[in-house]
Design a protein around this ligand. Structure first.
Ligand code: O2Y
Ligand code: MN
Length: 596
């Protein structure tokens, strides 16, 4: 327990409303993790995998209605409607609270209320931030143990008066006396689910879902939506970015952050094995980056998370060997296939088992032609288990960022890599970033979805103000202290529809050029859209690519770019008056350059 009176009062308020049968304050110990795991195995909520091949690993199957983040049920309830902006759902805070309180009334009957004190970032780091999540889901507790730093040591840092983000969660499935629980309790009615943020009071209220970003409230809800507002108010950046350490053959290292939308291989990139001899990539984080200006003037970043909540389908020894090595033990799997030898399998992992149990708990065989794992099946694994985790990944001071990459999936138009002329131009690049959809869940397949800085679903305030904040960061720093900004596109195709770029470990070739640019070497040419590698500046050694194919990767077609402009204008128009004038000017400058 804690001497923090406001925290105790807050927990008591929710206990009285939700009426749980018990309250448990999480201490974050291994014993706590093991006890909850064993209870969930005993109740049938989880399956323990084969202890020899998958030591201390569990498999869960979710309710079919509860398989992913629900953007349409995600709300930013700022006091002033305009502050949420046109890209977020909004409701007046008091109205939302009144509505949700009705749902929370008695919602934990028959269940335990868990109190999870957690730290986003190394405990005690000046960049870290504390939250407390209340939940009635033991699945959430064990996932939070992996994804964040949990327990008594967090309460010690919080002391008697520390500030914390209040994160309230219930699966919304009370149990009547004697009622048997289901394996995955939730409220299956999508209209009853709410993932609500009150940015002005730093509160999160989540109801009805037990899955991922809807329920592990430290991740998207706290570390992005609430933290983006804190960052705006306090002058730092909370971003949807991976962080890597890049080391050249001479042993010199720089740190790079990168924002790619979902489905663009962020975790693969964060754990890449470079194909270029002597180059090394090490992981600091795979999803979220908090950056603050340090005493040296530079922007230092931490990964606020302690684990990876990675998408399983598509992950294999070929696409991401380091992820495969990370998830061999102490890992929670959700919605994967259970194999006859008590292991897990998912699409593209390798040879499928002859038969198994699919993510819905039904007998399954590959011959059925149906997918065995859900496309959004996940692994939750401790970051410390990653064989290429950088030794300084938990440095409380963070790591100085030299370059920021923006990117998306574009089959045409956008070159392999473009360097921004300056910070403002880089912010412009990030603001128009988009990706062609590969999963129907995010939009029509193949259609371009603009996702500025990959923050569209995660920015806790008005996107126009968010761009203004980025521009302000640039104005308040010396140019030499700011990271350089790049736009990358691994997904360009030839006129015949073939991928032009091998991707994966060969992306290190692009990183090599960026490294050389940061170190003031590496030559570039000016184009209307920014600076591209000069002829011979990008290392193609050992790649079987013709000179024409290489040229195609970098071609800038003014007509194709001019055809982009109406879409960009439309995207900007949606943001209205709050779009910074500097970005309109960048757009006009691009238009002029494309004519000239
Ligand atoms: O569907 C979910 O709840 C997970 S979404 C997710 C998980 C890990 C990292 N990034 C994401 C994302 O949607 O960006
Ligand atoms: Mn993400």
């Amino acid at each position: 327990m804690t001497k923090h009176k406001p925290l105790r009062a807050w927990v008591e308020e929710w206990r009285a409303l939700c009426e749980p049968k018990a309250v448990h304050w999480c201490d974050g110990s291994q014993a706590e993790y093991d006890r909850l795991s064993n209870e969930m195995v005993a109740s049938g909520a989880a399956t323990r995998l084969d202890g020899a091949r998958w030591p201390n690993c569990l498999l869960f199957r979710s309710d079919p209605s509860d398989v992913a983040r629900v953007e349409e049920r995600t709300f930013i309830c700022s006091t002033i409607r305009e502050d949420a902006g046109p890209t977020n759902n909004w409701m007046e805070p008091a109205e939302m609270k009144a509505l949700m309180r009705k749902s929370y009334q008695g919602c934990m009957q028959g269940r335990t209320l868990y109190v999870i004190p957690y730290s986003m970032g190394p405990i005690g780091s000046p960049i870290a931030n504390i939250g407390v999540e209340i939940t009635d889901s033991p699945y959430v507790v064990v996932n939070m143990h992996i994804m964040t730093r949990v327990g008594t040591k967090v309460l010690e840092v919080l002391g008697e008066h520390g500030e914390f983000v209040r994160a309230m969660h219930s699966v919304g499935a009370p149990l009547a006396p004697g009622q048997k629980d289901v394996a995955w309790p939730c409220n299956p009615d999508i209209q009853k689910k709410f993932i609500t943020h009150f940015p002005d009071t730093r509160e999160i209220w989540s109801y009805g879902s037990g899955y991922g970003g809807n329920a592990l409230l430290g991740k998207k809800c706290h570390a992005l939506r609430i933290a983006s507002v804190q960052a705006r108010d306090e002058g730092w950046l909370a971003e949807h970015m991976l962080i890597i350490k890049l080391t050249n053959p001479a042993g010199k290292s720089i740190y790079v952050a990168a924002a790619f939308p979902s489905q663009c291989g962020k975790t693969n990139f964060a754990m890449m094995e470079p194909t270029l001899p002597g180059w090394k990539v090490q992981t600091i984080g795979d999803d979220i980056c908090w950056m603050k200006r340090a005493a040296d003037g530079r922007w230092h970043a931490i990964n606020p998370e302690a684990g990876f909540f990675g998408v399983a389908p598509g992950t294999s020894l070929k696409s991401n060997p380091n992820a495969m090595r990370t998830i061999q033990r102490n890992t929670i799997f959700t919605n994967c296939v259970l194999t006859p030898d008590n292991g897990v399998w998912w699409e593209d992992l390798g040879a499928p088992p002859a038969q198994g149990v699919d993510w819905q708990g039904k007998e399954w065989s590959p011959a059925s032609g149906k997918k065995g794992a859900h496309p959004n099946a996940r692994f939750t694994a401790p970051a410390r288990q990653c064989p290429v985790i950088a030794p300084e990944w938990e440095d409380p001071a963070g790591v100085p960022i030299s370059a920021i990459l923006f990117g998306g999936r574009r089959a045409s138009v956008v070159p392999l890599v473009t360097e921004a002329r300056d910070w403002q131009h880089g912010v412009f690049m990030g603001s128009i970033m988009g990706s062609e959809m590969t999963a129907a869940a995010f939009g029509t397949i193949g259609v371009l979805r603009r996702d500025p800085m990959a923050m569209l679903p995660f920015c806790g305030y008005h996107m126009g103000d968010y761009f203004a904040h980025w521009l302000k960061v640039g104005r308040e720093s010396r140019a030499e202290d700011l990271p350089r900004i790049y736009y990358v596109n691994w997904f360009r195709k030839s006129a015949e529809g073939q991928w032009l770029w091998p991707g994966f470990g060969d992306n290190a070739r692009v990183l090599k050029w960026i490294f050389e640019r940061v170190e003031r070497g590496g030559s570039a040419v000016e184009t209307p859209i920014g600076r591209l590698p000069a002829a011979g500046a990008l290392d193609f050694s050992g790649l079987d690519m013709s000179a024409e194919e290489q040229a195609e990767l970098f071609s800038v077609d003014p007509a194709a770019w001019r055809a982009e402009l109406p879409g960009i204008r439309e995207h900007y128009a949606k943001l209205g008056e709050r779009l910074p004038a500097a970005l309109r000017e960048e757009l006009s400058a691009l238009e002029r350059k494309l004519q000239g």
